[in-house]
Design a protein around this ligand. Structure first.
Ligand SMILES: *Cc1c(COP(=O)(O)O)cnc(C)c1O
Length: 408
């Protein structure tokens, strides 16, 4: 008899987005004439940049001939892509990384979820709250989260990011071993200043905390003073792993390609205080459990860094960020408290009169046929907030603003 990992049974029944999909489907069945506008799920809608498409076509052609066919590639990714990443994403910002500090993957969700393979089950975990649900749920599966009490896991330290503290997380009073940070943030769309990030890196250096830094939205940063990488902060290579993705950057949500940076200077410890370089552990983990990202996807990702690719990606980002401004200005003109949207494709709105997030969700769905995401779905501090995404098309975004203005 096989016994199951009972930690899975601790997870609350449904995934946020499947609950939303059920409600939306019920609405569509009962209101077939209403045009539903989805500003809920965080998926891109613009087609792939042409440079990436052309590169992937060429890669398919190579695969079709015996002389240029490729089978398994390096588990860590092809050097053509790691070299392009080092040059364009890091060296250009004064950060030096070596090729074997970069691990190409099939997207940031996989690695943010799998990274815990390297870490003991009894570390305590800190998250900013609200947050991308993968961080907590993957720790629940690993038995690291404790028990769920009043919407919070007993071994997770929730660090609130709300309008009250200007969405800037404050140092926790409880000890943590592992800290997840995501900036620009999903769901709040807010960022950290260099000084705020410096405070966290210094805290991690002083207290031996491992920072897991999710920078999936770094391309959306417009303010020149906001750090794109945690390694812009001195000492960060000793304490932080960084995750990035081509998904939101270049429309790769369906292609699948991202990468994880595990610096060689980063060590953690055994119970007997022996130092262990995480780069070696992660390499071992990947070689055992991962057989590399598709060659075709990696050629597509490489093309994102060509001069044409860079221009096309910038056009996509500008398109979404124009949507963000349209949404944000529309909501502000209704007198609502609205955050984010300046350096991220998410708009985070305080619900009017502190209505519960799910209640606002139902009302917006039934009274305006607009779908957003209830803030509480991202954690307890998200109650009383609502998320809109800028990933829709322009016409729908404008139509949504028109409907919302009438409604509010
Ligand atoms: C979308 C997203 C990712 C990227 O996911 P992929 O697996 O690369 O598509 C990572 N982190 C956050 C916070 C996200 O919103």
């Amino acid at each position: 008899m096989a016994l199951v990992n009972e930690n899975f049974l601790k997870l609350p029944g449904n995934y946020l987005f499947s609950d939303i999909a059920k409600k939306v489907n019920a609405f569509k069945v009962t209101h077939p004439k209403d045009k539903v506008i989805n500003l809920g799920i965080g998926d891109v809608t613009r087609p792939l940049p042409k440079a990436a498409c052309d590169a992937m076509h060429r890669a398919v052609d190579e695969m079709s001939k015996a002389e240029t066919f490729r089978g398994y590639g390096p588990e860590q990714g092809y050097p053509f892509l790691t070299d392009a990443i080092i040059k364009h994403d890091y060296a250009s910002r004064g950060i030096s990384l070596e090729p074997n500090e970069i691990f190409i993957n099939d997207g940031a969700k996989s690695d943010t979820g799998n990274i815990g393979d390297m870490l003991r089950h009894d570390n305590s975990v800190g998250v900013t709250d609200p947050i991308y649900p993968v961080y907590i749920d993957s720790n629940v599966m690993a038995g690291r989260a404790g028990v769920l009490e009043n919407g919070k896991w007993s071994n997770i330290v929730y660090i609130p990011c709300t309008a009250e503290n200007d969405f800037t997380p404050e140092l926790p009073s409880r000890r943590i071993d592992i800290l997840y940070l995501c900036f620009p943030n999903n769901p709040t769309g807010t960022t950290l200043t260099k000084d705020a990030l410096k405070m966290w890196v210094n805290y991690a250096l002083t207290n031996d905390v491992l920072i897991l830094y999710d920078a999936a939205y770094e391309r959306y940063i417009r303010d020149p003073d906001i750090p794109h990488s945690i390694y812009e902060i001195r000492g960060a290579k000793k304490v932080a792993i960084e995750f990035r993705s081509f998904s939101k950057t270049a429309g790769f949500t369906g292609i699948r390609c991202g990468y994880t940076v595990v610096p060689k200077e980063l060590n953690e410890f055994t119970l007997t205080d022996a130092k262990v370089p995480l780069n070696q552990l992660w390499n071992r983990r990947q070689c055992t459990k991962f057989n590399g990202t598709s060659y075709i996807a990696q050629r597509g990702a490489e093309a994102v860094f060509t001069p044409e690719g860079a221009v096309q990606v910038q056009e996509q980002i500008d398109y979404y960020m124009t949507n963000a401004q349209i949404l944000k200005n529309g909501l502000l003109s209704c007198g609502l408290n609205v955050f984010g949207g300046d350096n991220a494709p998410y708009i985070w709105m305080q619900t009017p009169n502190r209505t519960k997030s799910w209640k606002l969700f139902d009302r917006l769905l039934y009274e305006t046929a607009i779908v957003g995401t209830p803030g509480v779905g991202f954690g307890p501090s998200g109650e009383g907030y609502f998320r809109f995404t800028a990933f829709g098309n322009r016409e729908n975004t404008e139509e949504a603003v028109y409907r919302l203005k009438k409604w509010f």
